[in-house]
Design a protein. Structure first.
Length: 244
């Protein structure tokens, strides 16, 4: 078992599929860290005949029961399975797992690193590179912006920033129609939208309460069970109440 430790934005989740590719292994990502999910993965791991990487992201959130279940693969490693988990803090797993795992600490990407990565995937426009350096935290974020159109994404967020307080409430509540509120749904990435909006608040010296409201929304978004539609609607109401 391998553990990648680092703060959000250090690229842990982006790195794991690359490892699976280098190993020429199948890649299975856990949908959650619930004990039943972990047990199902472990049972499967002892049956696979081809090299397979099982990825458990955000393992800081695992219950003690799920952590104890994972002990089995450290005591009796499967023949063809590799387990990789990501943690923000290594203390958030069992001492026994840490002592038997290979631990790799990862640092946060610097803006220049993200610009360099953007160049490798064909982004050369200086304005777009500056947006990436300002908004993105990982190569995965860069990929999302690239796929959705850096300039188009930025122009949409600017349009929202300029008009959210002035248009009718009915029109303001149409903003979510342009954002992806469910996994796999079409629309601009909600995390990056909020990050970009907050960046605009700071660069254009908006009301500090807009920054605080957007920051709170971004933090809440990290909660697994959050209702994104309700969260965004609440954010729209709060922003309109705190006109800059």
């Amino acid at each position: 078992i391998c553990i990648f430790v680092g703060p959000k934005g250090s690229g842990k989740k982006t790195f794991v599929p690359e490892i699976a590719g280098q190993l020429l292994a199948n890649y299975v990502k856990a949908f959650d860290t619930k004990v039943d999910t972990i047990r199902e993965i472990i049972v499967e791991a002892y049956k696979v005949v081809s090299p397979t990487v099982y990825f458990i992201p955000d393992a800081d959130n695992m219950s003690n029961a799920a952590k104890n279940a994972l002990l089995k693969v450290t005591e009796e490693p499967p023949n063809n399975a590799f387990f990789i988990m990501t943690l923000e803090d290594a203390v958030n797993t069992l001492d026994t797992i840490r002592s038997r795992a290979q631990i790799f600490h990862m640092d946060k990407y610097y803006p220049r690193d993200l610009k360099d990565y953007a160049n490798t995937i064909g982004i050369k426009n200086e304005e777009e590179l500056e947006i990436i350096a300002d908004v993105c935290e990982t190569p995965g974020d860069v990929n999302i912006l690239h796929e959705q159109g850096v300039k188009e994404f930025y122009d949409f967020t600017n349009l929202v920033f300029d008009n959210i307080a002035d248009v009718s409430l009915a029109n303001a509540l149409k903003i979510p129609n342009k954002l992806s509120l469910k996994d796999g749904a079409e629309g601009y990435d909600l995390r990056l939208f909020l990050r970009m909006f907050m960046s605009l608040c700071i660069s254009r010296q908006a009301n500090l309460e807009w920054v605080m409201t957007t920051s709170k929304c971004s933090t809440t978004l990290r909660t697994k069970a959050v209702n994104k539609q309700m969260l965004l609607d609440t954010w729209i109401f709060d922003i309109r109440r705190k006109v800059c």
